[in-house]
Design a protein around this ligand. Sequence first.
Ligand code: NAD
Ligand code: UD1
Length: 335
Amino acid sequence: MNILVTGGTGFIGSHTCVELLNAGHDVMVLDNLCNSDAAVIGRIEQICGRKPRFVEGDIRDAALLQDLFAEYPVSAVMHFAGIKAVGESVEKPKKYYQNNVEGTSVLLAAMVQADIRTIVFSSSATVYGEPASVPITEDFPRSATNPYGDTKLKIEDMLAELQRTTPGWRIARLRYFNPVGAHKSGLIGESPAGVPDNLMPFITQAAAGLRDELRVFGSDYETPDGTGVRDYIHVVDLANGHIAALNYLRRNPQMLTVNLGTGKGVSVLEMIKTFETVNHCKVPYRITNRRPGDIAKCWADTRLANRLLAWKADRSLADMCRDAWRWQQAQTPPP
Ligand code: NAD
Ligand code: UD1
């Protein structure tokens, strides 16, 4: 198939491009590079021996999309393009609404015009807000705790509305838990701009000596060791979940909503310990206060994805730590 990957030079998009190319698909990347680098395209080629086409541009540019769909026979869209910093979304909610929600609306309108009716969308476990219990199944109530989360709710609703009102759409809403790790080649990975908000990039930077210490946000949660528990999933497993979703949509013209996680909860301290053990290094850390807005625990019930997609995340926490560290070291080679 010819797949348009929006946000394809980003963290999850780039790993998915690799898996799509490896599965024999042709790939066109559309990215405005607001949070990524065009050099990623060459790195994807180094891994796969094949290069995706690349268009630098914005999903909000209707004329560009129209030209692109006229020139290139796209059969499905994987839609990763979006901005995702929770803190910034609280300060600049309009920016998030315009980029993520309006951007998706422009993309969908262009798809309708070009008669392309298959889309795989990057949703998030953030749509579950503060879940009443764990593990989380797809029918849990949805709510947003910040504007970023609200954009995911609005896009999920927009897709559901499209499915209800327009025949023939094949839609996957994939709710990711906590993607971490990197490709085993060390050629692509996560490159957060500035100080990382998320745990794994902070751990790798602290271990590399780029940050003084990791602050562990709270040790008084109702969890076995008191630190926050999350469902970390290796980004390559997540990427393969997208291929499985695409295959499912080819067989089933409907809307699919599934969790993509491992189904296992891991605490902050467990993550630090595993990282130190498998990589033979130290992660300097200090326990501090809770981060406002954080929840105690969040992990997925993955049975629906396992059953419908015949897919399972099988890379271990050790694999995630090893691959993230290899990527970090490739960014900061020793002097
Ligand atoms: P990322 O920032 O690495 O990748 C997103 C890409 O989209 C970037 O390359 C960026 O330049 C591009 N982009 C942003 N706005 C654009 C626009 N208007 N037009 C064209 N390109 C644009 O982030 P990621 O971690 O790879 O996330 C991909 C998607 O998955 C996002 O939608 C994100 O909200 C969602 N998601 C991510 C996580 C996570 O923890 N990383 C969790 C759940 C959901
Ligand atoms: C955060 C976002 C969520 C988003 C997800 C993936 C918030 C409140 N939530 O989720 O919307 O979908 O990232 O991008 O920002 N931790 C530390 N020290 C750190 C960083 C994190 O102790 O420096 C802890 C956190 O308290 C948490 C765990 O590590 O218990 C994971 O944090 P993080 O990677 O930020 O992910 P989430 O909080 O799950």
